[in-house]
Design a protein around this ligand. Structure first.
Ligand code: SF4
Length: 253
């Protein structure tokens, strides 16, 4: 029986702003990354400002996205890969994301998500129960500083990360490393302690800031409120060593 015939989610529509096949850095094995439009945050270092809006006339159906995903099904199985839902913030299109994750589950395809952690838990809990793997950011442990640089505080995010961990999901915590914002020893130690006290994770992945997205702000006519420098290799290694000193695993893809 074809999955599309038994799939009640196939006609749900949403906005995908990019699809990347053969992705190797968003989880295990060969993956297809699906980038869903819309994000409630406004991180000052975001290198995908084109992802902020979820309003587009170019919507696609779950069935169409699944058709693309299925093209590489054989490679997912051979490599231990699957599909990664990214954004933007993929939970910002909750119904569409739910339809996609459910459809993958029906096909037995492994699913991962890259999330900011900023979403309504009640509306999204069932989606996280279905997902196999979660990448979630911790950007700053101080809520005021978090709000200054991302537009939102960190309370909801830290609560949601704890709930995801309580579901027993495989989690990698990602820290976007932004010099002068979150790279100080105090914040790194607080982040490490939060992880140790509240979470069961595979490890931490450090994502050093890069300025490859700067031109997009000009193209979109957006102001860049802050300027950031790319961290030196030595500083990145120091931060990794500091996190390791708390007996937390560092993930290097
Ligand atoms: S959460 Fe991600 S997509 Fe949203 S603004 Fe921050 S970096 Fe950009």
């Amino acid at each position: 029986m074809k999955a599309s015939k038994q799939n009640p989610n196939k006609n749900i529509k949403g906005y995908v702003f990019q699809t990347q096949r053969w992705s190797l850095h968003d989880g295990d094995g060969i993956r297809t990354s699906i980038f869903l439009g819309g994000c409630p945050l406004r991180c000052s270092w975001c290198h995908n400002p084109e992802s902020w809006s979820r309003n587009s006339t170019e919507t696609v159906s779950v069935e169409e996205v699944i058709k693309t995903i299925k093209r590489d099904e054989v490679f997912y199985r051979a490599s231990g890969g699957g599909v990664t839902f990214s954004g933007g913030e993929p939970t910002y299109q909750t119904e569409f994301l739910r339809g996609l994750v459910k459809s993958c589950m029906l096909l037995g395809i492994n699913t991962a998500i890259e999330t900011s952690g900023f979403f309504n838990w009640k509306s999204n809990k069932d989606i996280f129960q279905m997902l196999d793997f979660v990448f979630v950011d911790i950007k700053h442990m101080d809520s005021k500083i978090h709000k200054k640089y991302t537009g939102v505080g960190n309370k909801l995010i830290l609560e949601n990360i704890t709930k995801i961990s309580d579901l027993g999901k495989t989690i990698i915590i990602r820290i976007p490393l932004i010099l002068g914002v979150n790279d100080d020893d105090e914040n790194i130690d607080k982040t490490s302690r939060f992880i140790l006290e509240n979470l069961d994770i595979e490890g931490v992945e450090i994502l050093p800031y890069h300025n490859l997205g700067e031109y997009k702000y000009k193209e979109l006519g957006l102001d860049t409120q802050y300027q950031f420098a790319e961290p030196a290799k030595e500083r990145i290694e120091e931060i990794k060593d500091r996190i390791k000193s708390h007996s937390i695993n560092i993930i290097d893809y």
